[in-house]
Design a protein. Structure first.
Length: 295
């Protein structure tokens, strides 16, 4: 399910990705050969006899010594089987030596977090309400779109949750043109530790080759690590901000994205990126407490 804001908004609507970046498509992994499979004895010119013997395969019930029977042809077959057994023995010894046998998958460190089908219900909206924002009422809209919207999915490798909320300022007039969204995602990684790649997924914003720049800062006091991404809009004729907060706590990842835009003629004052960052951090701290059954 996708949700888009106003078509005239220059800020992209956030997408449901627990890392904040869309991963590049991976090349398909080549199929692995079965290490337990026995190799097929090599074929000679006339069948499955000894390599290059020219002896045809034995018919069923052929007496010993008959062409292709349990004479020379059989010795070739046993030679092939013996070679396969020896190869399997060597392979097994290598697997034992390297510890491949008996190795188990790492146990996920979910740090006490649990899945919820309604992330919106767990999201703390108090910091935004204190900044004079409220959930936008879409009851009179022709689109009849539910606000806020939420979804979630429990899968073998990862449980994912998201919540998308359209906001508006309480004192905004009907003629004011503005668009404000707060988008939250949470993921419980059950197969792969997100730690090694988490920082790079946010640091990569600074390396984007585009006309819009981003500033990335490390945030202390939330989870095991957290990063704040702020979009730079120097010289813009409009008022707005785009700020992302990403948090990792064990194998749980959380992201909160703020996207706002208001025309230059709007009578309302939009919060600065610094003020938005404070709201995101305060909301994330409380939301993660609600998602963590051990706290």
């Amino acid at each position: 399910m996708s949700i888009s804001g106003d078509q005239n908004s220059p800020y992209p609507q956030p997408q449901p990705n627990p890392y904040g970046q869309v991963p590049a498509p991976q090349s398909p992994v080549p199929a692995q050969q079965n290490p337990y499979a026995q190799p097929v004895p090599p074929q000679g010119p006339s069948g499955y006899g000894y390599p290059g013997s020219g002896v045809p395969a034995a018919p069923v019930g052929a007496p010993p010594g008959a062409p292709g029977g349990t004479g020379r042809g059989a010795s070739g077959w046993w030679w092939a089987v013996g070679g396969a057994v020896a190869a399997s023995a060597i392979w097994a010894s290598v697997m034992f030596a390297t510890g491949s046998f008996g190795a188990s998958e790492p146990s996920p460190d979910l740090a006490g977090y649990s899945y919820t089908s309604d992330l919106c219900a767990a999201t703390s909206m108090t910091p935004f309400e204190n900044a004079n924002f409220k959930t936008k009422d879409n009851s009179g809209s022709s689109s009849a779109r539910t606000n806020p919207q939420h979804s979630g999915a429990q899968q073998t490798s990862m449980d994912s949750m998201w919540c998308n909320t359209a906001l508006e300022q309480r004192n905004a007039s009907s003629s004011d043109y503005s668009s404000t969204w707060i988008y939250n995602t949470a993921a419980l990684h059950k197969k792969t530790d997100p730690g090694p790649e988490f920082a790079d997924s946010y640091r990569s914003y600074e390396k984007q080759d585009s006309t819009v720049g981003y500033r990335v800062e490390s945030v202390q006091g939330i989870g095991d690590e957290a990063y704040l991404v702020t979009r730079k809009d120097e010289g813009s004729s409009s008022s707005g901000s785009y700020v992302i907060l990403g948090v990792r706590d064990g194998w749980m990842t959380y992201q909160s994205t703020w996207s706002s835009y208001a025309s230059s003629s709007s009578s309302t004052k939009q919060p600065t990126s610094s003020e938005v960052a404070t709201m995101l951090k305060t909301s994330a701290t409380e939301t993660l407490k609600r998602l963590n059954s051990s706290r």
